[in-house]
Design a protein around this ligand. Structure first.
Ligand code: CA
Length: 363
């Protein structure tokens, strides 16, 4: 059955009736219904609750004139079918991590996070002022979509392992859940990366179908109980240093909206981009302490040799991405230019300051 969710003109009669006694608005605003699918389990803290908050905010900001019906992963379509559901016009919007679509074009990975990529603040700088949004628009338009920033997890952890990782050789033969280009880096090191939606990771880790997994960070990971099957918790994750979540809209639907409705949805998304990051930053530290003290989790840092191997493998992956097509090359070059400019500033601002503050305070 082909679903059509856009209902128009629902309030026109009310406006006409009111016009007899008060001045009618210059343009009668239309009632709009949006079906929003997502890749997250319902009520999953941060990712799921953030997406649901975004959906509700659109309704609230429009006093109910824009009604958003939200579907968690699997409720309307499977998590990873969200892209096709919206690109086809069956649903109007999705909330997802766009790197899930890297099989459709590797450029999508850059609009979530890539190995040796950008932190939250750096990502915002690239998307808003470094040409990122324009390239994202170009890529999305090729698939009939219009996308915008809508949340971030911040720097992610390296993942959960059953054994210690002391050198790149320890990745050989490892079956690991790690999506995006980070998975391709792991493959270069001899691992077998798999991409699973959040709802399927735990069972695969416990059953031994996978040996290791990354997910997000301490707050999110603590709900997944990965520590029951893998005690070693590594940081920092090279693969997702500031994973940006995306709101994607069917482009025909988007273009049919009034400018003010587009601004309303963009404002709701920009707010979620900020609020979600705030929540992760507020909750990760406490969750990590609990994982260590209550669950006996062993916190480990990837050593420099391992990180150097990640870097060499990432270079190979980026070469392959750029050879995909001309757009992939332009996306990579724009990203790399921003990384250099913003990264060199971060080095003597955020990074230098936090290092000194934490040294003095003994943090
Ligand atoms: Ca992740």
């Amino acid at each position: 059955m082909k679903r059509r969710e856009i209902l128009k003109g629902g309030v026109a009669g009310g406006v006409a009736a009111a016009a007899a006694t008060v001045a009618a608005p210059a343009i009668a605003q239309e009632r709009i219904e949006i079906a929003m699918v997502s890749t997250w389990p319902r009520d999953f803290p941060g990712l799921g609750t953030g997406a649901q908050r975004f959906a509700k905010r659109i309704s609230d900001m429009s006093d109910g004139r824009i009604q958003v019906e939200y579907f968690a992963g699997g409720e309307r379509v499977k998590a990873f079918d969200s892209f096709d559901e919206v690109a086809s016009g069956n649903a109007q919007m999705y909330h997802a991590a766009d790197y899930y679509w890297k099989g459709k074009h590797p450029g999508w990975a850059y609009f979530t996070s890539v190995p040796f990529g950008l932190t939250y603040t750096e990502m915002n700088a690239w998307i808003r002022f470094g040409g990122g949004q324009e390239l994202w628009d170009e890529l999305a338009a090729d698939f009939g979509l219009k996308n915008m920033m809508c949340g971030s997890t911040g720097v992610q952890m390296g993942g959960w392992f059953r054994k210690e990782i002391n050198s790149a050789d320890d990745f050989k033969g490892l079956k690991m859940r790690i999506p995006g280009l980070g998975g391709d880096v792991m493959a270069k090191l001899g691992a077998s990366p798999v991409s699973l939606p959040g709802s399927q990771i735990y069972e695969n880790l416990v059953s031994g179908s996978i040996d290791a997994t990354e997910w997000v960070g301490p707050w999110n990971d603590s709900f997944m109980k990965f520590y029951e099957a893998a005690k070693y918790y590594y940081y920092p994750g090279m693969h997702e240093p500031g994973s940006m979540l995306a709101a994607g809209a069917n482009k025909k639907f988007w273009d049919s909206l009034s400018k003010s409705d587009q601004y309303l949805i963009e404002a709701a998304a920009a707010m979620e981009n900020d609020v979600m990051m705030s929540e992760y930053n507020a909750k990760n530290g406490e969750a990590l302490a609990k994982l260590i003290t209550d669950q006996g989790v062993e916190l480990r840092e990837f050593n420099d040799d391992v990180y150097d191997s990640f870097g060499e493998a990432a270079d190979e992956v980026f070469d392959e991405v750029q050879s995909h097509d001309e757009l992939a090359k332009r996306i990579h070059e724009s990203f790399a230019k921003s990384r250099e400019q913003v990264g060199s500033w971060a080095k003597i601002s955020d990074q230098a300051y936090v290092a000194q503050r934490n040294r003095v305070l003994g943090l």
